[in-house]
Design a protein around this ligand. Structure first.
Ligand code: FE2
Length: 286
């Protein structure tokens, strides 16, 4: 392994990285070197460009914290997250489609009873969200864990503005697979663009916006966990989502209501919106 040159370097590197006992690591390492070397051969970076690339990835790492995941943003904005999602969800006809997880999920979210308001202190338009969770055969799933999270009315997630968890909660579906809760209307928003990913988007001539949506993660025993969003029709960014996450089957719309009695029998003293969607889970692979 001496006097390696442009012609011999790739094969020698592949030989060196594939000697471990784990076959998957060998496979991944070989593909990584093969594609990385092909990329370098194609773009022929100057020494300064290579250094810029190293510094860029260093900045991405340094931008990460407990509440900011710049690497997920990088993956999302390069279409990688949606590609991984597509590969892992070649799902059955009839099941709800998946989309990106995003960087704003918080494990430590509150668990609330059905019907609770997960955004009691927000000033946005009241929104009543309801739906069912069903299996592929149409049977309602009782006790499904329904996680929901979204931005506030100006497009910020709680973790972007402070330590209080807001506009997110975990609910459990009832015996008929139903769930319902109150929150406030979110809005379209820019992904955090004050870091290296924002610089990349600007350099690529792209806007940083995602169309208005509510995130859901729904799980139940024997079913694949569903990670998805509900998008709102006629949003200006539906056709240019910066993370490529929009699917037609996930676009829905609010119903608009005057102040008065809400679907859960409570009284809403302001005009409010309702959003209803029925989710269908895929069975876990045998
Ligand atoms: Fe989001």
């Amino acid at each position: 392994m001496r006097d390696l040159n442009e012609g011999t370097l790739t094969n020698e590197t592949i030989r060196a990285v594939t000697g471990g006992s784990d076959k998957r690591i060998s496979q991944v390492s070989e593909a990584l070197v093969r594609h990385l070397h092909a990329f370098i051969r194609e773009i022929e970076p100057s020494q300064a460009e290579w250094e810029y690339g190293i510094k860029f990835l260093t900045r991405v790492g340094k931008q990460c914290s407990d509440t900011r995941q710049e690497f997920i943003l990088l993956s999302d904005t390069l279409g990688v997250s949606m590609l991984v999602d597509a590969i892992n969800h070649r799902q059955s006809e009839g099941a709800t489609e998946t989309t990106v997880f995003g960087p704003f999920y918080v494990e430590n979210r509150p668990q609330l009873p059905l019907g609770a308001n997960m955004s009691p202190d927000e000033t946005g338009t009241p929104l009543f969200v309801s739906g069912t969770v069903r299996a592929l055969d149409g049977q309602p799933i009782a006790g499904a864990l329904v996680d929901a999270w979204h931005s506030d009315e100006v497009g910020h997630y709680d973790v972007q503005v402070g330590d209080d968890l807001r506009m997110r909660a975990l609910f459990r579906s009832d015996a008929e697979g139903r769930f319902w809760f109150w929150t406030v209307r979110p809005t379209f928003y820019p992904i955090p663009n004050d870091g290296p990913v924002g610089d990349m988007l600007a350099a690529q001539g792209r806007h940083p916006y995602r169309p208005e949506h509510v995130h859901f993660m729904i799980s139940a025993p024997g079913q694949q966990t569903l990670v998805t969003h509900l998008f709102i029709d006629n949003d200006p960014y539906l056709d240019s989502d910066v993370v490529f996450g929009v699917k037609n089957s996930l676009i829905t719309d609010y119903s608009r209501h005057d102040a008065g009695t809400a679907p859960d029998g409570s009284t809403c003293h302001r005009d409010f919106l309702t959003l209803n969607y029925d989710f269908v889970l895929n069975p876990e692979a045998e």
